[in-house]
Design a protein around this ligand. Structure first.
Ligand code: PMP
Length: 419
């Protein structure tokens, strides 16, 4: 197959890169789990907009809702005004997500993207507690703006800011050491020791599965111990569910597996369900200390995104069909890659639900597997500090035969690269 000419993208003289380093193709159309490039070549999508397309491309149910809204002259942009579309989304979110789980959160629209949700969470925690420092985890990723970047572990990404960022304290993620961090006794000791140099933090921010960090999975008991620590020491717990929320790990919120109730939750990526920008910051009612206008932004009233979000909640979260399907398909991936990794030294797998990592001791092999996959019509990204993990994020709605097809390519890729 001849690949399309991408030279115009590479030659654009821009400080911001406007071409894609991994995938030399010009994509044109997409439906379900598939993308099509300008030459008509089809690609199975195990990337799904980095988790923003959990219900697939151009999901027909969401598309219908969007088109009928636009055709009826529904309002598109409304800042923080009250609109019918916003009310319908809030009512559906309450009915399908919050009330059935007994979660008491207030919902804020902090701005269009995940990093906006994280910034709002960090700001709120600082304002509520009157304390400034935030604890985050090794290999965490929370976004690219200054506050969220400050709590992101990856040195390469932090280098984008040039100089040191707002001070934040790193803590070892689950399994980063040897499992001895589980009871967090060491952290309590640091807090009590006036000589340790640790300021009492306003909040701890955590992903239950670190996506960009390389599919590092926190055990439920570790998450519970962390939540207990935060409660005992009066530190707010923020769960960043931007990538792992909206059913990626099975349940709507990824922290449900641990039975914890974070003080603040960030949601974005797949909440609109259609790839439209939308973010939510959820917080306990008693944390609602903001005065009007203290956290605002022009694009908080993206009504077409409210419409598709509402349709997605109604379609996929009124019952537990999707959650069960995610767990079943995830189990299929888990078994296949577990068996594959037993066949090769230096290969392992980890994940939860429909986020799965293939972890290569030799990072160059992960890149070669992703490259082989691209050449054979499958899009996968690499993640982790050395890009040593092939990260799989297929749409949650992917059909069984599509999943098997992608799986087959990845098995062939691994055998070709590692043999
Ligand atoms: N938090 C997490 C856990 C993420 O994975 C991401 C995006 N990869 C973000 C925050 C930032 O979201 P956005 O890129 O929409 O700003």
């Amino acid at each position: 197959t001849t690949l399309p000419d991408t030279s115009i993208f590479e030659s654009l003289e821009s400080e911001v890169r406007s071409y894609c380093r991994n995938w030399p193709a010009v994509f044109d159309k997409a439906r379900g789990s598939w993308l099509v490039d300008e030459s008509g070549r089809e690609y199975l999508d195990f990337f799904a907009g980095a988790g923003a397309l959990n219900y697939g491309h151009n999901n027909p149910v969401l598309k219908r809702a969007l088109l009928s809204y636009l055709e009826g002259d529904g309002i598109t942009h409304s800042l923080d005004m009250s609109t019918t579309a916003k009310r319908r989304l809030l009512e559906t979110f309450e009915d399908t997500i919050l009330r059935p789980r007994g979660l008491p959160y207030k919902v804020q629209f902090p701005g269009p993207t995940g990093t906006n949700a994280v910034e709002a969470a960090l700001k709120l925690a600082r304002k509520v507690t009157g304390r400034s420092s935030i604890v985050s985890f090794t290999n965490a990723f929370h976004g690219m703006t200054l506050g969220s970047l400050s709590v992101t572990g990856n040195a390469m990404k932090r280098a984008g800011a040039g100089i040191p960022l707002v001070h934040a304290t790193p803590m070892p993620f689950d399994n980063y050491l040897d499992g001895s961090t589980e009871d967090f006794g060491w952290f309590s000791r640091l807090l009590d020791d006036a000589g340790s140099g640790l300021n009492r933090p306003a909040a701890v921010i955590v992903e239950t599965v670190q996506g960009e960090g390389g599919v590092n999975v926190a055990r439920p008991e570790w998450l519970r111990a962390l939540a207990d620590l935060c409660k005992e020491r009066d530190i707010l717990l923020i769960v960043d569910d931007v990538q792992m929320g909206c059913g990626r790990t099975g349940p709507f919120f990824s922290f449900e597996i641990a039975g914890i109730e974070p003080d603040i939750v960030t949601v974005s990526k797949s909440i609109s369900g259609y790839g439209l920008p939308l973010a939510l910051t959820l917080f306990k009612p008693e944390l609602d200390v903001w005065s009007p206008g203290e956290h605002n932004g022009t694009f908080r009233g993206h009504n077409p995104a409210f419409v598709t979000a509402q349709a997605a909640l109604e379609q996929y979260w009124s019952d537990d069909h999707l959650e069960k399907a995610v767990l079943a398909k995830g189990e299929l991936l888990h078994r296949a890659f577990d068996e594959l990794s037993r066949g090769f030294r230096g290969l392992s797998t980890r994940g939860r639900g429909l986020v799965r990592g293939l972890v290569f001791d030799d990072a160059s092999q992960a890149g070669k597997v992703a490259q082989y996959a691209f050449e054979h019509g499958l899009l996968v990204e690499t993640a982790g500090p050395q890009d040593e993990v092939v990260k799989l994020l297929p749409p949650l709605t992917i059909a069984q035969d599509e999943l098997q097809h992608g799986l087959g390519i990845l098995v062939d890729a691994t055998i070709t690269v590692c043999a």
